[in-house]
Design a binder for this molecule. Structure first.
Ligand code: NAD
Length: 276
């Protein structure tokens, strides 16, 4: 089908390492854009209740005619739906919008430490998994101390933690926590939202040496350190460009140069402070 490698998760499922993110894609553009992604070879879509475009992702899935077992569909429980019952109700709504009877991955979008309901929410996720509505369950934007509580107070280790991660925010400590506990890392805003980062001279030099674009270099860096990624674009050429990262390899020196770009600089909120 495509060159995208699979990554095995702690529940035995295999997720395509490259997917397509639909955050900030207008609902009126979503079905066509997702169709373009399918045409380019993407089989993994990352959406969320919060993005307001699950129904249009569902429309694209239905129109594509692709076999369900070739697709990996992720959605996320909205911040307004924390709690044992609410999390399960929210998944039922998402499934209805997506036109599916099961998602491949259901994530707690943010821990919301001020609400302190993420452990109860996780127990609701365990129930949704047991009921067959979520093949895999995971979290997003969790810090080690949030994960510690899930490990101590519940029966299921999250398969995935989806976190902000790009060359200016490399999350070494969290990645090593994940490794110790068999949790896979998903990187959101993998190319730093296409702003500033891609103009860095280091990336320009590496890109030129490989005959690739800075975006492709950064995406390839993620692949080589084992991250699962789903860059977003509404531009057909970029959708294809972001998929064309499996025909070259960054050298050890390239990887070290990118490692040297760390600034511990977030584009999004600090999960310990974000409570809305
Ligand atoms: P991204 O890093 O994927 O950047 C996307 C932007 O980069 C595009 O809007 C475009 O302007 C630009 N771009 C795309 N391809 C390019 C290319 N080849 N060359 C130059 N510029 C290019 O940022 P993102 O959309 O924030 O993150 C990707 C996905 O991660 C989202 O769509 C969403 O699915 C997920 N996400 C999750 C969370 C979370 O809290 N869990 C937060 C943000 C994003």
């Amino acid at each position: 089908m495509s060159d995208v490698p699979g990554i095995e998760l702690n529940n035995g499922a295999t997720i395509p390492q490259l997917g397509f993110g639909v955050f900030q894609i207008d609902p009126s553009d979503t079905a066509d854009t997702v169709q373009q992604a399918f045409d380019a070879g993407y089989r993994h879509i990352d959406t969320a209740q919060m993005y307001g475009n699950e129904a249009e992702v569902g429309e694209a899935i239905a129109k594509s005619g692709l076999p369900r077992d070739e697709l990996w569909i992720t959605t996320k429980c909205n911040n307004s739906n924390h709690g044992y019952d609410d999390a399960q109700r929210a998944l039922d709504e998402s499934l209805q919008k997506l036109g599916l009877d099961r998602v491949d991955l259901y994530l707690i979008h943010w821990p919301l430490p001020g609400k302190d309901l993420y452990v109860e929410t996780w127990k609701g996720f365990e129930k949704a998994h047991a009921d067959g509505k979520a093949r895999t369950i995971g979290v997003s934007n969790f810090q080690p101390h949030h994960l510690d509580r899930l490990l101590e107070e519940t029966d299921t280790v999250p398969a995935i933690n989806q976190i902000e991660l790009h060359p200016h925010m490399q999350q070494a400590a969290l990645r090593s926590y994940h490794e110790r506990h068999g949790i896979r890392t998903e990187a959101w805003s993998p190319i730093g939202q296409g702003r500033g980062l891609l103009d860095a001279p280091e990336l320009g030099e590496i890109a030129q040496a490989h005959g690739k674009s800075p975006a492709q270099v950064v995406l390839r860096w993620h692949i080589q350190i084992g991250n699962i990624i789903f860059p977003k674009s509404v531009t057909p050429e970029r959708i294809r460009e972001n998929m064309a990262i499996f025909d070259f390899e960054l050298t050890h020196e390239d990887m070290q140069k990118i490692e040297g770009m760390e600034k511990a600089e977030r584009l999004g909120p600090d999960p310990d402070k974000f409570d809305r």
